[in-house]
Design a protein around this ligand. Sequence first.
Ligand code: ADP
Length: 398
Amino acid sequence: AANQVGAASNNAELYRLIRDQAERLGNLLRAQQVETTKNRAILEGIADGVLVADADGLIILLNSAGERILRLERAAVLGRPIGEFVGLYGAAGRAWIEAITRWSLDPGSYTPGEAFSQRLELEDQRILAISLAPVLTGDEYLGSVSLIRDITREVEVDRLKSEFVTMVSHELRTPITPIKGYADMLLMGAAGQLAPLQSKFIEVIKNNADRLNLLVNDLLDISRIEAGRVEVRLQTINLNEIISSVLDTLRVRSDESGKAMTLTAEVAADLPAVRGDYNRVTQVIGNLAENAFNYTPPGGTVTLQARPEAAGREVVVEISDTGVGIPAEAQPRLFDRFFRGEDALVMATSGTGLGLSIAKELMEMQGGRIWLERSAPGQGSTFAIALPTALVEAEAGA
Ligand code: ADP
């Protein structure tokens, strides 16, 4: 009897243990289900499309925004290889797949923070932005998450804005020409002798028309660049020639404005020819030289230097001045649109703050670079540009 009582109490103990365990597991499962449902609801709720593929590239999730944006039925894509339908989207789709394949084959090739983004232009004129990131735990690749957003409207608004800026700048340019022209004619005495005060006033009109012209031209340049309407014609060009013509222009300015400056060029004797667009390179070097001239007090020096670098693979042109310089905190923003410094000489000079941003875009379009080499307040500045030599380009093309 004692044995039986002992066994019964053991069983009761065992039964309680099992029931407790089962209850705990049940709770865990329920919590997990709640969590999963919550996550699904969040994924369903967000306005961007989400597409998740597993380590084998099979689609395991597509939320309803994704269905709507990609115009795909969830049932038709779940469990299918992602490559199968991404292939429908042409070259952009191929790049999308390549990124996934690269990460799945070699998770180590992924640098944290790296995200692949791409624009897809669909046949029905819609434009999608795709961002893609891998899901990794340590070195193991679990799959990829693609975020898909319909940006057709944003792109359209952006295009309208650029078009508006282009139209306004064009319209503004038309009246500036006669204002300048007639002011010039008055100054030349074409309508009779002017009293000194009259001359002075017309001079003010003319200077402001010049200033307006500068602004409008910069705006036109920016809007053309934005609209992708600037074409660069890469040719073999001689920087020596450009540097002399830029210096000649500055000499004329120096004479006309009565601001005496030392303007010099130091060009390496064996300077190789480079690949670039003659007019655009002239514009960029001209702009840098003009800044150097503007932001240097009278009596200063502007030097244009050119020399081969990177074992003759590129030519670097440096534009140095002995002017006001640029404080360290302003340096990272120099190439931002509309950025202008706060130095008294800068404030007194008319400018748009667009010059350096345009120069940067133009250099990049030609496969070149532009940067601030060094500068400190009161110690002058040195800007530099680099272009590939014609020989290097020819090798790359061969
Ligand atoms: P802008 O000359 O019309 O102001 P930029 O884009 O050419 O526009 O230049 C932006 C700013 O960078 C200038 O306002 C000035 O503060 C600073 N900067 C550019 N070049 C120089 C220079 N050579 N010396 C000192 N400051 C400069």
